[in-house]
Design a protein around this ligand. Structure first.
Ligand SMILES: Nc1ncnc2c1ncn2[C@@H]1O[C@H](COP(=O)(O)OP(=O)(O)O)[C@@H](O)[C@H]1O
Ligand SMILES: [Mg+2]
Length: 244
């Protein structure tokens, strides 16, 4: 494959990325790729460095070393608004919706880079078709909804930005089992639409089921990677993450 083709199919390329908090190195020289149209999952125990990596990708943390390329453009060290303008949207751990604003206001904020009101209306229809519950609650204060509904709102807000790459950090964390199922159903649907997603999850079995490709992160390093079906059968993964 020549360089131009590689750029056309590679959404995200992370090279030798290191991220630290002072002297605590949380991500140690990671290489990772997400191809266009793929769902890639990153699994790993609490404290492995998953959120740190996601925050570095979207520009919230400045890497110590390494490179991040989005569709071929080097975005290493760029501020979050610049990276967002290139099409990356990050649904953060813990959702981070605006509790004191309505559902409609939260969704509108997701389209802050778009001026065309017809385009914003089109995206809103798409999001509400995906999350009918949000349609019923457009005028409701976001903070008064359940955790699962707030996660849907966080996802919907990111989709309002018409992302080229969606980063999802623990979307099922802390949710009741029925909502966990619903959230993974939504991720399946986004995959069918051909969206490109980097998914971080502690729910390894559900993540490996939806993903095309998987990485396993342990104390800041990638210790295993491969097609998700293969990673799901790896004896070490079965023992450590799948209760096997
Ligand atoms: N703001 C911070 N300051 C210092 N250390 C942090 C901070 N956030 C996370 N860490 C440390 O970085 C490591 C990775 O954390 P994190 O990326 O949140 O892991 P994960 O998302 O996989 O649970 C952990 O050792 C954690 O204690
Ligand atoms: Mg985390």
């Amino acid at each position: 494959m020549n360089g131009e083709d590689a750029r056309a199919t590679c959404m995200l390329a992370v090279e030798r990325l290191t991220v630290a908090y002072g002297r605590t190195v949380a991500v140690q020289g990671i290489d990772l790729r997400v191809e266009v149209g793929q769902v890639v999952c990153l699994i790993g125990a609490n404290g492995a460095g998953k959120t740190t990596l996601m925050r570095a990708l979207s520009g919230l943390l400045r890497p110590e070393a390494g490179h991040i390329r989005l569709e071929g453009a080097d975005i290493t060290g760029q501020p979050p608004h610049r990276i967002a303008a290139l099409g990356m949207r990050h649904v953060p751990e813990g959702r981070q919706i605006f509790a004191g604003l309505t559902v409609a206001e939260n969704l509108a904020l997701g389209a802050w880079l778009e001026d065309e009101s017809a385009e914003i209306a089109r995206r809103l229809e798409q999001v509400l078709a995906l999350f009918p519950r949000l349609r019923e609650r457009l005028a409701q204060m976001a903070g008064s909804m359940s955790g699962g509904e707030q996660q849907m709102l966080a996802l919907g807000r990111a989709l309002m930005g018409a992302p080229r790459l969606l980063l999802l950090d623990e979307p099922s964390m802390g949710l009741a089992p029925l909502f966990v199922e619903e959230i993974f159903g939504i991720i399946e649907e986004l995959k069918r639409e051909g969206r490109t997603i980097l998914l971080v999850e502690q729910n390894a079995s559900a993540a490996l089921e939806v993903a095309d490709y998987a990485y396993v992160l342990e104390t800041g390093r990638i210790v295993l990677q491969g097609p998700a079906v293969q990673v799901a059968q790896d004896p070490a993964v079965l023992a450590a993450y799948l209760g096997g």
